[in-house]
Design a protein around this ligand. Structure first.
Ligand code: PMV
Length: 326
């Protein structure tokens, strides 16, 4: 059976950086994210007796051999669950060109998991789907539930799953994604976080996260934008401090990244409430309220070194659709 899923990318408000178990991708801390409406992956999967190997393709681009192996490994997990041995054809398309440097592993593995399970005709609950997606790429589990999502750290695989805190409609805020670099990053997040324990700041980060999660949850309940933005920016800086003090150090910021970070602080002091957050790359997410979207977009577009600006709203989670890619 052919099945197609669309999955949103997500931006972490409280970041995941560090694994308790490499193979199971169990995180060392709980994280919270928001699904993004402007960046998603569509994937069609069909398991078929005709195939002699998995046939994996990317529309408008090419997967490397390493990426294909990682996708095949994930198809193997779905085959194990379904107790089948057939190979699959997989065609996948990103709404954003691969070269924009936006991480596609979260939306990619979420779409692959949901389309793959539907194609193999295994009925999993949302919770089980998030656990399975997590094995492909940690942050992918957060792209499956709706809107604002929490992924719990836990010692057992089945307990480390993602669940929706609020639906996408709950709070209509904006994530203005500013693309400053389009090259693929040299060190990906999977490999990058292996060195996390070498940072002298990592233990302090882990200790403070439960309190930060409570502050974020409280800001969401109250829809307190200043409190939300403050904790988001704080956690971003904290994660990057850990990355930059790991051995070997990881520095994902470029000059353009730093210029935007500084500009945001300046705009805020002039009365524009906007906050930044940055993942394992140089691109910057500007978080603001709907009423300030135009001002923020205009301000950032006036800066030099900006390649593209994508305006995101909170989005629903991964879902099956009827139109297939082949
Ligand atoms: O699961 P990965 O490999 O996509 O790791 C994601 C790591 C960060 O993007 C830096 C933080 C996060 O929580 O999304």
């Amino acid at each position: 059976m052919k099945a197609t899923a669309i999955a949103p990318a997500n931006i972490a408000f409280i970041k995941y950086w560090g694994k308790a178990d490499e193979e199971l991708r169990l995180p060392l801390n709980t994280s919270i994210s928001m699904n993004l409406s402007g960046a998603h992956t569509t994937t069609t999967v069909e398991f078929s007796d005709e195939l002699k190997a998995d046939d994996i393709r990317l529309v408008d681009g090419q997967f490397s051999e390493t990426e294909k192996k990682r996708i095949s490994k994930h198809l193997g997990r779905i085959r194990d669950r379904a107790k089948i041995r057939t190979f699959a054809k997989v065609v996948t398309q990103n709404s954003f060109p691969k070269s924009t440097g936006i991480a596609s592993s979260a939306s990619g593995f979420a779409a692959l998991t949901v389309a793959g399970c539907a194609s193999a005709v295994i009925a999993l609950s949302e919770k089980e789907l998030t656990v399975l997606a997590r094995l492909g790429s940690g942050s992918a589990c957060r792209s499956i539930p709706d809107g604002f999502v929490q992924w719990d750290a836990a010692g057992q695989s089945d307990d480390s799953y993602a669940h929706s805190l609020y639906a996408a409609e709950y709070w209509d805020i904006r994530d203005i994604l500013v693309i400053v670099a389009t090259e693929e990053k040299k060190v990906g997040s999977s490999g990058g976080m292996e060195g996390v324990h070498t940072s002298p700041h990592f233990a302090a980060r882990l200790a403070v996260i439960p309190q930060r999660i409570r502050r974020l949850a409280d800001a969401l309940v109250k829809k307190d934008f200043t409190a939300l933005g403050t904790v988001i920016e704080e956690d971003c800086l904290d994660m990057h401090r850990v990355m930059q003090t790991q051995s070997p150090p990881l520095n994902y910021w470029t000059e353009a990244t730093k210029r935007i970070m500084e500009a945001v602080v300046g705009w805020r002091s002039m009365g524009l409430p906007v906050y930044y957050t940055i993942d394992a790359g140089p691109n910057v997410h500007l978080i603001c309220e709907t009423k300030d979207e135009e001002r923020v977009v205009k301000s950032v577009k006036a800066m030099k070194g900006i390649k593209e600006v994508i305006v995101n709203r909170p989005a629903e989670g991964t879902h099956l659709v009827e139109e297939h890619l082949f």
